[in-house]
Design a protein around this ligand. Structure first.
Ligand SMILES: [Zn+2]
Length: 274
């Protein structure tokens, strides 16, 4: 090995979650450098599913799902095809791995880290905490400038992803000290974990408020709500994220009794503020 890691003895790649920008080259890294893979079980298993699933997996179910939520046929095609190209550029995961789970302690370079997991952005995303040195590796659960995507996918159409994410944020605030250095999965390290958690919780409360206002006078489908929450042009990739994000808010508000489902004669699901 050359570069900054020359002479270091590497043993394992620790991957926080199944998204391709995190697990994408795990297979290549492990094979090239003779490393093990360490990952939470749901994240590992879902990575295996994605690498093994045929390109048209689920389309017979997912297409009517998107149409029922008001997405046009054209937009549905784009959303269904997104990810295919992305997956082609990833290398999968090895056939075996080491499982980490919430409450475990793992040692990295002589330092012990407590493992925490949280859902909402992924399934059971792993975060690492070392209170002795005030270090918190937050992966994508808490990031400084962007709000981590919290989405519902047609594989689990009724999931309250937002409720799960908010629960995780509160758990992080309760268990991780406010003065840690946060090392996130995107962007720069930062201080102010608790303030950032509060901002993210407030951001989603504002989003729910905007959604309630939009559906106050007439019921709207998920696709019709998207422009109310994202008032800028979206490309196909962003449309898929925006759709899933809106549905996460809709499911959360349905669970709280803040929205009511009304299905029209054409079979499109719309939501009205209660
Ligand atoms: Zn991610």
């Amino acid at each position: 090995m050359s570069g900054p890691l020359a002479g270091q003895s590497l043993k394992s790649v620790i991957v926080s979650h199944f998204h391709p920008d995190h697990v994408g080259l795990a297979g290549w890294l492990c094979e090239t450098y003779g490393l093990d893979l360490t990952m939470p079980r749901p994240e590992y298993l879902h990575s295996v599913v994605l690498q093994c699933a045929p390109a048209d997996h689920g389309e017979a179910v997912f297409r009517p799902f998107y149409r029922r939520h008001g997405l046009s046929a054209e937009a549905t095609d784009i959303v269904l095809s997104r990810g295919h190209e992305y997956l082609k550029r990833t290398t999968g995961v090895p056939a075996s791995y080491h499982r980490i789970k919430h409450g475990d302690t793992i040692t990295v370079g002589g330092r012990a880290f407590g493992v925490q997991t949280g859902g909402g952005h992924a399934l059971e995303q792993a975060m690492l905490y070392r209170p002795e040195e005030k270090l918190f590796l937050a992966a994508d659960q808490v990031i400084a400038r962007i709000s981590p995507n919290v989405s519902v996918h047609p594989m689990e159409p009724d999931l309250d992803a937002l409720g799960i994410y908010l629960t995780s944020l509160r758990a992080i605030k309760a268990s991780v000290a406010p003065d840690v250095l946060v090392l996130p999965g995107h962007g720069l390290p930062f201080h102010g974990l608790h303030d950032r958690v509060d901002e993210l919780i407030e951001h989603h409360a504002l989003r729910c408020g905007e959604l309630a206002a939009a559906c106050q006078d007439r019921p709207l489908s998920v696709a019709e709500i998207v422009p109310f929450l994202f008032n800028r042009p979206l490309d196909a990739h962003q449309t898929g994220f925006a759709f899933g994000e809106v549905l996460a808010h809709v499911n959360h508000m349905l669970g709280l009794g803040q929205l009511r489902l009304e299905t029209d004669a054409g079979g499109v699901d719309r939501y009205r503020t209660v």
